[in-house]
Design a protein around this ligand. Structure first.
Ligand SMILES: [Fe+2]
Ligand SMILES: [Fe+2]
Length: 194
């Protein structure tokens, strides 16, 4: 698959990996990962980071929904949203940087069948980076709104809409990334990542 093969596979447009990039995923289906002898501590750590992002997304969404339901004290909720968003978006940027600089170049070299997959993940990171900026702007607007006019829920509603959109994009990226990368590690005896 060359780069033109990525047409239609943009984050937000695709519903999973194309068959051409599922060669190893078919051989190493998700339910068998943890029991595989090449499943190592770094892979566990990396999957746990993804789990942490999913939890932060869920908690941030619940806090924002609490504001919209008028079920939360606006000052307490604003402080929680501010803290959660800072950790979520900051850690996510750091995670992408480590993947781009260390993991992807190493793994890309191991399996020529999946080079287009790493191009796909790289394009995802660019798309997510733009979405992180948009989500940070919505978060700031919601926090300013909660401080100045707590009765006006419009900025919090806009934050929930952006969060929902972001959560969908991130989940697609995480699932596809896991299904590309974990099989490479299992196939290539830990990929030297221990
Ligand atoms: Fe990633
Ligand atoms: Fe990741």
């Amino acid at each position: 698959m060359d780069r033109r093969g990525l047409d239609g596979l943009a984050l937000g447009a695709r519903e999973g990996l194309p068959d051409a990039l599922r060669v190893l995923a078919e051989r190493h289906p998700r339910p068998g990962w943890e029991a595989h002898p090449e499943f190592n501590a770094l892979t566990r750590f990396w999957l746990d980071r993804h789990l942490m992002f999913r939890r932060l997304q869920a908690t941030l969404t619940a806090e924002t929904q609490g504001v919209l339901d008028r079920a939360a004290d606006p000052r307490r909720a604003a402080s929680a949203i501010s803290r959660l968003a800072r950790v979520y978006l900051g850690e996510l940027e750091g995670h992408h940087n480590v993947e781009d600089a260390h993991y992807f170049p190493l793994l890309r070299a191991l399996d020529p069948r999946l080079v287009a997959g790493f191009d796909l993940l790289d394009a995802d990171h660019h798309a997510l980076h733009e979405s992180i900026d948009a989500l940070a702007a919505r978060t700031d607007a919601a926090l300013r709104g909660l401080a100045a006019k707590p009765a006006d829920l419009t900025p919090s509603g806009a934050l929930l809409t952006e969060l929902t959109r972001f959560g969908r994009l991130l989940d697609r990226h995480l699932v596809d990334e896991e299904e590309l990368i974990v099989p490479v590690i299992l196939e290539h005896r830990g990929a030297g990542l221990d």
